[in-house]
Design a binder for this molecule. Structure first.
Ligand code: DX5
Ligand code: ZN
Length: 223
């Protein structure tokens, strides 16, 4: 079986108990945490910044924290999130004025480098930067809110990006974010994804361990 990873998205957690919620999903067998940083400008919602990432580390969270930046400009936030204990920093191409320098900045600060693609963003722009990235995050909903429905045309995009990664030979994770549920996770894996970001499917369930185990059972069926 593929090395599949499940990344609970804290956007759907109870923010009044964020440390406890973050630890609970890791104890429930989540692989890493996904933290959405939205600025009410790049996307129409406002969430959290580096202070909250630092607070999670102070609370004692040892798991990887993936930052999904939905903000503009990004370079100062990149530096602040790296200092706050982020493991990976992923940004949308449209949010950077100098993509190469943002990629280099993340790498030089010791974090893994991710590129996020909105549903309408073509994957062709990845071709020239593949050697500089560790992670591609394909948005399967319009970024901004949890609980939306998976956009089916994303499956084809995932498939094409999987081919691109295979041909390149680089070691790049292919993550999908938005609308992932027990019912569709296997199909998304079959299209070529190896990392699954899920917010409402996990946090709206009364038993985090049960839903994550159910997702893993679905993934185990994928050939
Ligand atoms: C949406 C965020 C997602 C969000 C996904 O803009 O990037 O990470 O938490 O939520 P669900 O899994 O509920 O679609
Ligand atoms: Zn996200």
């Amino acid at each position: 079986m593929q090395d599949y990873k499940i990344a609970p998205s804290l956007l759907s957690a109870d923010f009044a108990r964020l440390g406890e919620e973050a630890q609970s999903v890791i104890d429930a067998d989540g692989d890493k945490l996904h933290l959405d940083a939205m600025d009410n400008h790049f996307v129409p919602n406002l969430t959290v910044g580096p202070l909250v990432c630092a607070a999670l580390r102070r609370y004692g969270i040892k798991a990887d924290i993936n930052i999904h930046l939905m903000a503009k400009p990004i370079d100062r936030l990149i530096a602040d999130f790296a200092k706050a204990g982020a493991t990976d920093i992923t940004f949308h191409l449209e949010a950077s004025d100098h993509i190469e320098s943002s990629l280099t900045l993340i790498r030089n600060l010791g974090c893994k480098v991710g590129i996020a693609l909105k549903p309408e963003t073509t994957w062709h722009c990845l071709e020239s930067i593949l050697e500089k990235i560790d992670l591609i995050l394909v948005l399967s909903v319009n970024p901004g809110f949890a609980g939306q429905t998976f956009i089916p045309s994303t499956l084809d995009k995932i498939n094409q990006i999987r081919n691109l990664i295979s041909i390149s030979g680089y070691d790049i994770r292919l993550a999908v974010d938005g609308g992932i549920k027990i019912e569709n996770i296997a199909q998304i894996a079959e299209a070529g994804a190896d990392t699954f970001v899920a917010g409402s499917a996990i946090f709206d369930h009364h038993d985090y361990a049960e839903v994550i185990a159910e997702m893993r059972r679905e993934l185990a069926k994928v050939k």
